[in-house]
Design a protein around this ligand. Structure first.
Ligand SMILES: Nc1ncnc2c1ncn2[C@@H]1O[C@H](COP(=O)(O)OP(=O)(O)OP(=O)(O)O)[C@@H](O)[C@H]1O
Ligand SMILES: [Mg+2]
Length: 323
């Protein structure tokens, strides 16, 4: 459905020179700095997948999305979305994709929300019946009726995001690109958005590519994750697998009876509050049962909890150290 082959995007940024002389000089000698935003990446996505596209700020996520939607032309490489080369056939591509940029609305700010929907209906030439049905469905699931007649500019962020995602789906696209669709939303609104995305994927079979900085989005929505950093793909695969590889650290919290606990080798005391100790260990080195048995030999344990590392922690480690 989507194939990306060795694409790169280089931005040429005009180098400004200082002072009056510099400004004049710049008029005759243009100097550019090359910024490689996306560096030779390849992947393919099958129909019906939900793929999380994640990476730190400036990694190249939005640039990739913009190339897939046809807004930007790749410097090199090949992209096909359902056989269409996005930047070459922008209109044809637009008919088969939906796009939401969480940072910026795609709707007309001064118009009542519903008027934006009407405009999109005209632009995409959506048949009346299909339009009515989709609008009705989205209004019900997303609770759009509370603000359909409010100008987009006056919507709260949560309302605006709901309006944007509804708008992106009115023409029944096969692929949905979501660039930070939960940014700035509160917990309840995030959940609602995730539920909607899942439903759209399941009920309508829409393929979803989603960028986010919120790892819960990925955990709740995506089986597969593509991790990108400095324009290069660092990981492409199952979320579960990466958790397995990197998630071998465990935190054991123990409440001891009595105070001077003997701790085992290979564990790291990371926090201590009276008789409660937080110990970090790695499953490669010792199993949880073994460790507990060792500690219990010399100390009396009142209570304990074992925690797996959060996905955030794992991703941060990968950003810091690489794979
Ligand atoms: N139009 C542009 N002109 C010049 N440089 C750009 C342009 N757009 C993006 N860049 C640069 O390309 C790099 C990748 O940017 P991009 O917006 O793709 O990152 P991102 O992964 O979406 O980051 P974020 O998580 O902050 O949204 C950055 O260094 C950015 O400054
Ligand atoms: Mg971005």
């Amino acid at each position: 459905m989507i194939t990306v082959k060795n694409i790169s995007k280089i931005f040429y940024i005009n180098k400004r020179q200082e002072g009056m002389l510099g400004a004049i000089r710049s008029m005759f000698f243009r100097e550019y700095i090359e910024k490689i935003a996306v560096n030779d990446i390849s992947f393919s996505i099958s129909p019906g997948e939900i793929v999380g596209y994640i990476g730190p700020n400036g990694a190249g996520k939005s640039t990739t999305i913009k190339m897939l939607t046809g807004i930007l032309v790749p410097t090199s490489g090949e992209i096909r979305v359902n056989g269409v080369i996005p930047y070459r056939e922008r209109q044809k591509n637009a008919r088969q994709i939906g796009v939401v940029f969480g940072q910026r609305t795609q709707l007309w700010g001064d118009l009542p929300t519903v008027d934006s929907f009407e405009l999109l209906k005209q632009i995409y030439q959506i048949p009346e019946k299909k339009y009515r049905k989709n609008l009705e469905t989205f209004t019900e699931i997303l609770g759009l009726d509370e603000f359909l007649n409010t100008p987009v500019r006056q919507l709260s962020l949560g309302q605006r995001m709901r309006a944007d995602i509804a708008a992106s789906l009115l023409h029944d696209p096969a692929v949905l690109f979501l660039d930070e669709p939960t940014i700035g939303l509160d917990v309840v609104a995030k959940d609602r958005m995730r539920k909607f995305i899942r439903e759209v994927n399941k009920e309508r079979g829409v393929t979803v590519i989603l960028t986010t900085h919120d790892m819960s989005d990925i955990e709740k929505l995506c089986k597969r994750m593509i991790l990108i950093d400095k324009g290069k793909i660092m990981y492409d695969g199952e979320l579960a697998k990466i958790k397995e590889v990197f998630g071998r650290d465990r935190i054991l919290t123990i409440d001891f009876e009595g105070d001077v606990p003997f701790l085992e080798k290979g564990v790291q005391l990371i926090r201590s509050e009276g008789n409660r100790k937080w110990l970090k260990f790695n499953l490669e080195e010792i199993s949880t049962a073994q460790l507990l048995a060792e500690i219990a030999k010399k100390n009396e344990i009142k209570d304990f909890i074992i925690q797996e590392p959060e996905i955030d922690y794992i991703i941060r480690k990968i950003y810091e150290r690489g794979l």
